[in-house]
Structure formats: structure tokens, C-alpha cells
Design a protein around this ligand. Structure first.
Ligand SMILES: *Cc1c(COP(=O)(O)O)cnc(C)c1O
Length: 408
């Protein structure tokens, strides 16, 4: 076995020469198609993480790869100093998908959230007349919005924020899913300094936490009454994951600002965006915000194909249909006492392991040995989020493996 094919040697070299800001499971992948990936020894695994939902359309989706390949040999970068032919179709179609009229494209999810934060503040000063330097944004406990200094500054996870400060002021944290707490935070704003509420409609990294049914509609009503923007971070929950285009749709809630990323780049390259009305995004004037790679031709080509597939609606329907099957089977495991709780919507689930079954990492390692890629989070929670293109029999096989590991 050459070093290139020897997983232990590759893992040792990665450990020696890269920062340990991740703790990957011991598998070295080399190719992928649909919901399946292959490691350097030729062993196949079913991917139940899908790049944290960046791979909603699976590995190597033929339509996305065809668009990317065609664009690669034509034009890949212009910077926004010039127009390019792929830009207008992408922003037009994405705005339409969201029912809004403006898009500001960026690259990573964290950049899109930063863009939303800056835009909400500027909107507050220029449109709402908030006194200079006083704008505040209300966020939820257990949030995950990305890794920049500003964003981890209002994280409640010590792993994310400890020893990374000092942080950006101007954020108020309230418990997630608690409408009374949100109402109190908005009422406690005599000077009208709160410009926005920033939320994940379903909290992904926290363990796929779905708020009570009246929460998002309640927050929508409260923010509308007070002229505060509702900004939905749908980077992980959006673009088909929950069985709808947006998780907010399940409660018939339309936010003022959509923050998108992950699957928008089809698992091919980082593509993110803030989508809103021209009243909101129109506050950004030339030179006031930007990104060298944001909205590049390659990103627009892939992003447009993602939007086109979402407008066809099949991927959402598939997630809803297979998601019912997933949650039905996981519900049985709760009934049998090996899981204490299952949360989620569509092909997206957070599973809390019953005490005595080992840590999430231990169970994920057992699943890996059986050919399943699953990621643990917060000690005893497993997250299941397969590519939405997964075949029904593959999902059934995965559920059988999970049952055998948990029940025996
Ligand atoms: C992943 C994620 C982000 C950050 O995206 P990056 O591309 O990793 O910067 C932000 N918000 C949510 C809800 C996410 O899941």
C-alpha cells in the first residue's frame, strides 16, 4: 500500500501538519457519487451528514457538475468591478425563489451572516433613524451562525467563544423557542435600538432543535409590530432540507431577510447570499461592502442550477416523503428506550442517545465500522442529514444498521 492509499499514514500526516480545530472520524475519503462515498482503500460508506447540508443534492450531481465544468473553461472570476453574463440570471432567479427583490452574494455562510448584521445596522441608522452606534440585534441562545469574531461573540457555546475575545457589542441573547422572553426583550427597548432579530428557524448545530409551533409566527408578529427586521439564518435548514424550500414555510412565516449558504453552492464551491427587499439591501451603496469572490461566474453558474432544481420542487418533496419514513423509524427507537428524544423535519434529525449507550462519538465510530458516516454533536446527540437524493432502500439499510448498533 503506498502512502497515498494508507489511511493511517494520511491521518498521521494530517494530525502533524494541520491545526486540530476538527476531530474527524478515522476515514480518508477519495470519491463520491450521490449519497455514497469511497475511501482510499476502496471501501464504500453511506454519507448521513451531507457536508452539514451543503450536499443536499448529493456528491457529484450530474447537472451541477455539468454547469461547473462548462463554466470552468469559460470564465471563473471577474470580481464585481465588471458585470459578467452569469450574474443577472442567478440573482434574478434566487430573488424570485425567495419572493424578494434583491440579492447580495457572498461565499461562506459566516460572511452572509456578517453581511446581514451589517445591513440590518445600516438599515436601522439610515431608514429607522436609530441614533449612531446604538443598533442592537436580538439573537437566540445555543445559536450557530458561523466562526467570525463578531458571530462567536454572541455564541453561548464556550468552545466557540472562549479566548477569542474581545467581541463586538450590540447583541442581546434570549432563550430559543421562548416567545415570552422574546416579547420581553423587544419591549425592553424604549429607545427603539433593536433593529433585527436573527434566528435559525431550526437550530442545526444545537442538535436539530425545532421551536414550538407558535414561536416563529409569534416572533414574526412581534417584529412586524415594532418595525424590527426578522432575519432567518436558513444556511442549514433551507434549500430543501426540511421538506420545504425554507424551514420558515412550515409555519407560514416570511422573514424580512433570508440568509443562505451551504447547499446554495451544491457542495461544489462556497456560495452564500443575503436575500431581502430593496428597502433593506438597498442601503448598501458602492464601496460600502463587498467580496472579491462573491457572485463570481462559477458560483453563479452552480448557484443558478441549484435554484433551478429547487424551483422544480422534486428535492423538497423527496425530503418530505423520505423524512416521514426516517422519523417513523426513529420514533420506534424512542419507544424502545434507546433514544430519549428525536427532533427534526424532513430528512433531518437530531437523536439523543439514552444513557448507557456510550457517547455520540462512540456510536458514530460503530456506525463507521458498518459503513455509515454520521456525526455526533454535544456529547450524546447524533445528527442525521443524508443527501436528499438518497435512495429509499439505502435509507432503510442505514436505519437497520442504526437499530442493530443501538438495540443489538
Ligand atoms: C454552517 C452554518 C453557518 C456558517 O456557514 P460557513 O459556510 O461554515 O461559514 C451559519 N449558520 C448556520 C445556521 C449554519 O449551519
Amino acid at each position: 500500500m503506498s502512502v497515498q492509499e494508507n489511511p493511517a499514514a494520511l491521518i498521521a500526516a494530517a494530525e502533524a501538519h494541520s491545526a486540530h480545530n476538527y476531530h474527524p472520524l478515522p476515514v480518508v475519503l477519495s470519491s463520491g457519487r450521490g449519497a455514497w462515498v469511497t475511501d482510499v482503500t476502496g471501501r464504500r460508506y453511506l454519507d448521513l451528514l451531507a457536508g452539514y447540508s451543503a450536499l443536499n443534492f448529493g456528491h457529484g450531481h450530474p447537472r451541477l457538475i455539468a454547469e461547473a465544468k462548462a463554466q470552468l473553461t469559460r470564465l471563473t472570476l471577474t470580481s464585481r468591478a465588471f458585470h459578467h453574463e452569469r450574474f443577472a440570471p442567478f440573482v434574478t432567479e434566487l430573488a424570485e425563489l425567495c419572493g424578494k427583490d434583491m440579492v447580495l452574494p457572498m461565499n461562506t455562510g459566516a460572511e452572509a451572516v456578517e453581511t446581514a448584521v451589517k445591513t440590518a445596522r445600516k438599515w436601522g441608522y439610515r431608514v429607522r433613524g436609530v441614533p449612531a452606534g446604538r443598533a442592537r440585534i436580538v439573537v437566540a441562545a445555543n445559536n450557530f451562525h458561523g466562526r467570525t469574531t463578531t458571530l462567536v461573540g454572541f455564541s453561548t457555546d464556550p468552545d466557540a467563544y472562549e479566548d477569542h475575545g474581545p467581541f463586538t457589542p450590540g447583541f442581546t441573547v434570549v432563550p430559543f423557542g421562548d416567545l415570552a422572553a422574546m416579547e420581553a426583550a423587544l419591549a425592553d427597548d424604549a429607545e427603539g435600538e433593536v433593529v433585527a432579530v436573527l434566528l435559525e428557524p431550526i437550530q442545526g448545530e444545537a442538535g436539530v432543535v425545532v421551536p414550538p409551533a407558535d414561536y416563529l409566527p409569534g416572533v414574526r408578529r412581534l417584529t412586524a409590530e415594532r418595525g424590527v427586521l426578522l432575519m432567518a439564518d436558513e444556511i442549514q435548514s433551507g434549500l430543501g432540507r426540511t421538506g420545504r424550500t425554507f424551514a420558515c414555510e412550515h409555519e407560514n412565516v416570511v422573514p424580512d431577510v433570508y440568509i443562505l449558504g451551504k447547499a446554495l453552492g451544491g457542495g461544489v464551491l462556497p456560495v452564500s447570499a443575503v436575500v431581502a427587499s430593496s428597502e433593506v439591501l438597498g442601503v448598501q451603496r458602492p464601496g460600502e461592502h463587498g467580496s472579491t469572490f462573491g457572485g463570481n461566474p462559477l458560483a453563479c453558474a452552480v448557484g443558478l442550477e441549484v435554484v433551478t432544481m429547487l424551483r422544480e420542487g422534486e428535492i423538497q418533496a423527496r425530503s418530505a416523503r423520505l423524512g416521514e419514513r426516517l422519523h417513523e423509524e426513529l420514533g420506534k427507537l424512542v419507544g424502545e428506550g434507546v433514544l430519549t428524544e428525536v427532533r427534526g423535519r424532513g430528512l433531518w434529525a437530531g437523536l439523543d442517545l439514552a444513557p448507557g449507550l456510550g457517547t455520540g462519538r462512540e456510536v458514530a465510530t460503530k456506525l463507521l465500522e458498518r459503513g455509515l458516516l454520521v456525526k455526533d454533536t454535544h456529547g450524546s446527540t447524533l445528527r442525521i442529514a443524508p443527501p436528499l437524493v438518497i435512495e429509499e432502500e439505502d435509507l432503510d439499510w442505514a436505519l437497520t444498521q442504526l437499530r442493530e448498533v443501538l438495540v443489538g
